[in-house]
Design a protein around this ligand. Structure first.
Ligand code: ADP
Ligand code: MG
Length: 632
């Protein structure tokens, strides 16, 4: 057998598979290079999901003419010189294989200029073969255009999904990148249309606003924790914006977007009592950890990270987030105002001179025209600073400041002109939490509305408590407290209540018998399909036990797959509490007072066990505005 030594193009093509899987991986590598180059503005443009066209333009350090060939050679990197450097890695790239791999499987055009040079360089390389190398005029920085990905590796091309799907992967990636570097202005263009444009003014909340919109940006709380060996900065979503998948659990370690089961678990466990089933928190968390404690060199795409001391780290993270959540008032605040479009922040525009756009003359011109129209919306880092007159006007126009409809918390910092508009107080600014002993002396129960809601005045707010949710919550908490303290108190039913179960219910009961017993139920066979309920948990006593029990089994049998014992007990407890408060509408003023007192003494009074809010608030300010006592 003859052993062939493969030529470098073939080697590159094979190796490319590791780094370049799809358009999103190309964009990732190119943007990481742009970031590593010190750019503070990066534009990414894709067409056909990035399959036919990807352009990444930065205003960073550029590549010297004499180096451009080297940049496209495998294992050519300016970022490390030996393996020792890996432990102190600060740059995103280090393998020196991205450009080589990308150019092996596509048609690449690179244009670059360093600040020191008067002219730039243009380099064309297709399928690993150099096509052109010439000196040209160019702005400082680098543009890489990647055309026709996998044009010479058709089997790989077949694995690509529809352009729309590939494009959505790129969009996800761009969102993650923009959030990972608040100091960099990112401009993302899809098929000639602006998708988002961040300002690069370091304001993470503003980026969240630009990418996810006002509802999310209005329902997040800042977290900032500095420990001896690590720091956490970012935002935690309130329960109202819990998501139905994990895609919005965004973690960054030292500026790198990562996936980590460890961190997800820490987050979810700390949110446990705020999460409905199959719901996940929203968060953007930046962790700063000593590079020696983490290993990013696990996979070429560098998304998975190993953290030294995993279990201990998990526990600390969980406790920190838990504490942050419990320090906050979680009462969603309602406003009356109508929907309004996103508003320009008008801030920091002057900070940036220009976004690098060497080939985009026509589009820039179009944008300039758009800008003349006041409602054009998004802030452009590239925009010139508004004239003094313009910015004054912005500050005076009241419409600019109106809070949004149904915004839980108006992100006050988005007010025009960058001033704190302070139309709505954020609950977190309150000195006294509603829960404190002191606060209790100051709230007043006004009465009940629609047989369901209790109105309470407190400080300058109207609080509205959902009696059902509150009741359920209080019961559930009592129940779980006893359960955790192993002091469930049961109440004998005399005579026992006999229930007749169908096959499904019976199977469900038998499967979960030990959990029922653990929660304080005593259930005995009574012949055939009959079972005798001779004891129920104290808190459920007197609540039409038979119906309650049927309902419980019903809910429980919906459950697919086996949960953890804790999960199952939690489920039984929540269903039981829900069933218990059902149909129990009118309560007296005294009962309500007791209920509300108990609710407010809980560590987390803000959500019922199913995650629905128990309390909402409306400020005096909102009311006064509605009655036009205040004109903003
Ligand atoms: P790596 O990033 O791992 O070093 P790459 O193949 O991605 O490897 O890039 C090779 C080299 O090309 C980099 O080390 C850097 O010197 C240079 N380079 C690539 N992209 C840029 C850019 N946008 N700006 C400046 N230099 C770049
Ligand atoms: Mg790189």
């Amino acid at each position: 057998m003859k052993i062939n030594v493969l030529d470098h193009q073939t080697i590159d093509k094979i190796a490319a598979g590791e780094v370049v899987e799809r358009p999103a991986s190309v964009v990732k590598e190119l943007v990481e290079n742009a970031i590593d180059s010190g750019a503070d503005a990066v534009t990414v443009e894709i067409k056909e999901g990035g399959i036919s066209f990807i352009r990444v333009t930065d205003n960073g350090g550029g590549i010297e003419k004499t180096e451009i060939r080297n940049a496209f050679l495998r294992h050519a990197t300016s970022k490390i010189t030996s393996a020792e450097d890996l432990t102190d890695l600060v740059s995103l790239g280090f393998r020196g294989e991205a450009l080589a791999s990308i150019s092996a499987v596509s048609m690449v055009e690179a244009i670059s200029k360093t600040e020191e040079d008067l002219t730039g360089v243009r380099y064309v390389i297709e399928g690993g073969m150099e096509k052109e190398l010439e000196e040209i005029g160019a702005p400082n920085g680098t543009t890489i255009i990647v055309r026709n990905l996998f044009y010479n590796t058709l089997p790989r091309k077949k694995f690509l999904k529809q352009p729309q799907t590939e494009g959505s992967y790129v969009a996800d990636l761009m969102e993650h990148l923009a959030l990972s570097h608040p100091q960099i202005s990112f401009h993302f263009i899809v098929n000639g249309q602006n998708r988002f444009h961040t300002s690069g003014n370091r304001d993470l909340k503003e980026i969240i606003y630009r990418i996810y919109g006002k509802d999310i940006a209005g329902a997040i709380d800042e977290i900032h924790v500095q420990k001896e060996d690590f720091a956490i900065d970012g935002f935690l979503g309130r329960p109202v914006i819990n998501r139905s998948n994990r895609n919005y659990e965004l973690f960054y370690i030292n500026g790198r977007f990562i996936k980590s089961n460890l961190l997800s678990k820490a987050l979810e466990d700390s949110y446990k009592e705020y999460l409905m089933q199959h719901k996940f928190p929203f968060c953007v968390l930046h962790l700063t950890i000593d590079t020696k404690r983490i290993d990013v060199n696990v996979h070429p795409t560098k998304m998975e990270v190993r953290i030294a001391g995993g279990q201990e780290f998990y526990e600390r993270m969980r406790d920190i987030i838990y504490d942050c959540l419990h320090m906050r008032e979680m009462i969603p605040e309602m406003t009356f105002d109508k929907e309004q479009g996103r508003k320009d922040t008008g801030r920091d525009r002057s900070e940036k001179e220009s976004v690098p756009e060497p080939f985009e003359v026509r589009r820039i011109k179009q944008e300039k025209e758009m800008r003349k129209r006041p409602e054009s919306g998004h802030a452009k880092a590239a925009e010139p600073a508004p004239s003094a007159e313009q910015s004054e006007n912005v500050n005076k126009v009241p419409a600019e400041r109106k809070p949004d409809r149904n915004v839980v918390h108006e992100p006050a910092r988005y007010a025009a002109g960058g001033k704190q508009a302070a139309p709505l107080q954020q609950m977190e600014l309150f000195d006294d939490k509603l829960l404190s002993e002191k606060a209790r002396e100051h709230y007043e129960i006004i009465g009940q509305l629609f047989d369901t809601y209790w109105l309470i005045s407190y400080q300058n707010k109207l609080l509205i408590i959902d009696q059902h949710a509150a009741h359920e919550k209080v019961k559930f908490e009592r129940f779980m407290k006893q359960f955790h303290a192993h002091s469930i108190v049961s109440q004998n039913l005399n005579p026992p209540v006999v229930v007749t179960l169908n096959g499904k219910e019976k199977a469900c009961l038998l499967r979960n018998m030990e959990h029922f017993l653990a929660l304080g139920f005593v259930i005995e066979e009574f012949g055939g399909n009959d079972y005798a309920l001779s004891s129920v948990p104290m808190d459920l006593y007197g609540y039409q036990e038979a119906e309650l029990f049927y309902e419980l089994l019903d809910e429980l049998s919906e459950e697919t797959g086996a949960g953890t014992p804790d999960g199952i007990r939690m489920k039984i407890a929540t269903s039981a509490c829900k069933a218990a408060v059902k149909g129990n509408t009118r309560i007296s003023h005294t009962e309500a007072e007791a209920l509300i007192d108990e609710l407010l003494s809980l560590e987390n009074p803000y959500n019922c066990p199913h995650g629905r809010p128990t309390i909402i608030a409306m400020s005096k300010y909102e009311l006064e505005k509605k009655f036009k006592r205040i004109v903003t």
